[in-house]
Design a protein around this ligand. Sequence first.
Ligand SMILES: Cc1cc2nc3c(=O)[nH]c(=O)nc-3n(C[C@H](O)[C@H](O)[C@H](O)COP(=O)(O)O)c2cc1C
Length: 384
Amino acid sequence: MLDDVTLAPSAKALTLGNHQVWPPVVLAPMAGITNVAFRRLCREQGGGVYVCEMITTRALVERIPKTLKMIQFAPDEGFRSLQLYGVDPDVTAAAARMVAEENLADHIDLNFGCPVPKVTRRGGGSALPWRRRLFGRIVTQAVRAAAPAGIPVTVKMRKGIDDDHLTYVEAGLIAQEAGVAAVALHARTAEQRYSGTADWDAIATLKQALDVPVLGNGDIWEADDAMRMVAHTGVDGVVVGRGCLGRPWLFKDLHAAFDGVRSQELPTLGEVAAVMSRHAHLLVEALEDEKHGCADFRKHIAWYLKGFPVGGDLRRSLSMVSSLAQLDDLLGKLDADAPFPRESLGQPRGRVNAPGKVSLPYGWLDSRDDDTVPEGAEMDNSGG
Ligand SMILES: Cc1cc2nc3c(=O)[nH]c(=O)nc-3n(C[C@H](O)[C@H](O)[C@H](O)COP(=O)(O)O)c2cc1C
């Protein structure tokens, strides 16, 4: 909690291309979460970069309607940040070129962190940096394709496949050589998935190794965690994922902390309910479908209500909500005066799963320099 916080007023704005980001805070791309609705709620709380959901390069270049809808940005999104996932240098370049030529975004992040078995089994996501030449080609081509439009490209990766197959320092150097604007490290291996704790020492090691800005990611649950990460690692910015699930106001605390001000938002249940309602309304508006929007909102309910006294029946009804009127009616039954459950502060939320052996294509670990493009790893949209 904030009592022990080390404020970091010395932190600098993060430079991404010709864009200055203050505070140096990034909403982590999260598939199924960081759509235009959730980004709005977060953006309203403070400055930073708010990355959209992961977009697969092939789906983008093939102009799959669902994918094109996923890259919608609000008119007031000043710095439109888009994450691409690809395994093929040419397809990634085509996607980056499309973003540049059609002015679809102001920033491209490349996802090399996904640990989902159906992605790594085909050599994608967090498996890919092991094939260092292929990794280098993808990043280089993306940077080149985005450059004419002045779009900075960043890379987001994990430490490696497992403790015996770490790639992050080498991959960071390759990405730097390729011309990326920054490198973000989720300091876990693919094998760890979301288990255990993020290895902030690895973030410090990467920071030491690179000249380009390094962004630290993993286990920032409160603003003081962000300050501790900066103090511990010297990173140029932080990337926050699960900590803001059901808590978009975390970005207010983060902004304040980087400004050197202590702040901790502790909304009452009534205030949380108002944010929930707004979130659902924004989702319905974005998806242009009330039923779909409400169904999509259901996954957020437990995060918003974590630790609050809400009876089982009401929780169950909320988890099956199918219209905005029904949602607002149920939210009206909550005890609006219930204080924020302080015991939930600093606690993990969202995915906290067990480690698991990483599925890889046959022979994947045998060669680091084989740069054959893995087949069939491109259409997945599950993120991670
Ligand atoms: C539901 C969910 C979806 C995610 N989707 C993506 C994704 O599409 N792209 C990506 O690079 N990382 C994705 N991640 C990983 C996060 O961006 C982040 O690296 C990870 O959650 C660790 O940060 P945290 O400890 O702050 O949550 C996802 C994580 C979660 C929980």
